[in-house]
Design a protein around this ligand. Structure first.
Ligand code: PSU
Ligand code: MN
Length: 303
């Protein structure tokens, strides 16, 4: 199935210029209107500032799309009928002509179909705390699809050590940019050492090229710690996260509703501080992904 590309994304891909995929669940289910649409545009601008072309990915009227208009982003940001689609939800979204914000897994799948190899997001899903049975399809997709994903680590709404273990099992390289600790989204240090570290985008592009040459077929996870100026207090966030998890449990929130519920609660209880941190890290991830894509285009490693 071939995604519909915007003109600028199509032109960049056919000329071998750097392109960065961006997800849309963060717009539809991760941030409140109208901040979500403002951030989506700012993230696209951040990618352009670094010399790459942004390709925000979504499903609109059942069509897989890469490269959206202002009106598309506004629809994703406020239309109540927009669903959250992971990879396995894409077929039904196409058949039923749905609008869908795509999670990391679904965005990776569509990026791969479009020939886009680099992708920026805020945080990926992972192994949830508890019995270890709620595992995001983001991890499964990273195991199956050769797309590089830049994130700010994973939130401690998840079990971070178990998430790193699963990534190891699935043969997904994990590289942290400029730090020895794997980051925890709102904070720069999860307490877990990073499996690999790289200090510049060219080093990440080189690791990626070597990884691809091995033919494993898996993606790669790049963790970019939140800028220190925007990092939140770990003790404070741990307490808020514990309260949000207890509330989700008490209200019987299950399945794909869990992550959006927790994000919404954290944004509400921190009086916007969590949202501001989220915005800062997404912008920073978009810049880093663009710099990696530029480095890769220069070496022709994603040809
Ligand atoms: N984590 C965040 N912000 C997000 C998400 C996760 O800090 O917006 C979104 C992403 O789209 C991610 C999805 O791919 O949630 C994971 O959902 P689940 O846990 O249901 O797999
Ligand atoms: Mn889940």
């Amino acid at each position: 199935m071939t995604p519909i590309l915007s003109d600028d994304v199509a032109a960049a891909l056919s000329a071998g210029r750097p392109v960065v995929a961006l997800e849309s669940t963060i717009i539809s289910h991760g941030m409140p209107w109208p901040r979500n649409a403002e951030v989506a545009r700012a993230v696209e601008d951040a990618v352009r500032d670094e010399g790459a072309v942004p390709a925000t990915i979504a499903v609109l009227d059942g069509r897989l799309r890469a490269g959206l208009t202002e009106a598309d982003i506004a629809l994703l940001g406020q239309d109540e009928t927009v669903v959250k689609a992971a990879s396995r939800d894409l077929g039904a979204a196409v058949v039923h002509r749905r609008h869908a914000g795509t999670t990391v897994s679904a965005t990776m799948r569509i990026a791969a179909l479009a020939g886009i190899g680099t992708f920026a997001t805020g945080g990926i899903g992972g192994v949830h705390r508890g019995d270890g049975m709620d595992v995001s399809a983001d991890l499964t997709e990273l195991a199956a699809t050769d797309v590089l994903v830049v994130c700010a680590g994973v939130k401690s709404i998840l079990d971070i050590p178990r998430t790193l273990e699963v990534l190891e099992t699935l043969r997904v390289p994990v590289v942290t940019f400029g730090a020895d600790a794997f980051p925890a989204f709102y904070t720069r240090d999860s307490g877990c050492p990073t499996p690999e570290r790289a200090d510049d985008p060219a080093a990440i592009a080189a690791m990626r090229a070597a990884h691809r040459a091995l033919g494993l077929g898996t993606g790669m996870l790049v963790a970019n710690p939140i800028p220190a100026s925007h990092a939140l207090s770990a003790e404070h966030m741990d307490a808020e996260i514990a309260a949000a998890l207890a509330e989700a449990d008490a209200q019987g929130v299950r399945g794909k509703d869990v992550t959006p519920f927790l994000l919404g609660r954290l944004n509400a209880v921190t009086d916007g501080a969590a949202l501001d941190a989220n915005v800062a890290l997404v912008l920073d991830n978009a810049r880093l992904a663009a710099r990696i894509a530029v480095a890769e285009a220069g070496t022709g490693s994603w040809a």
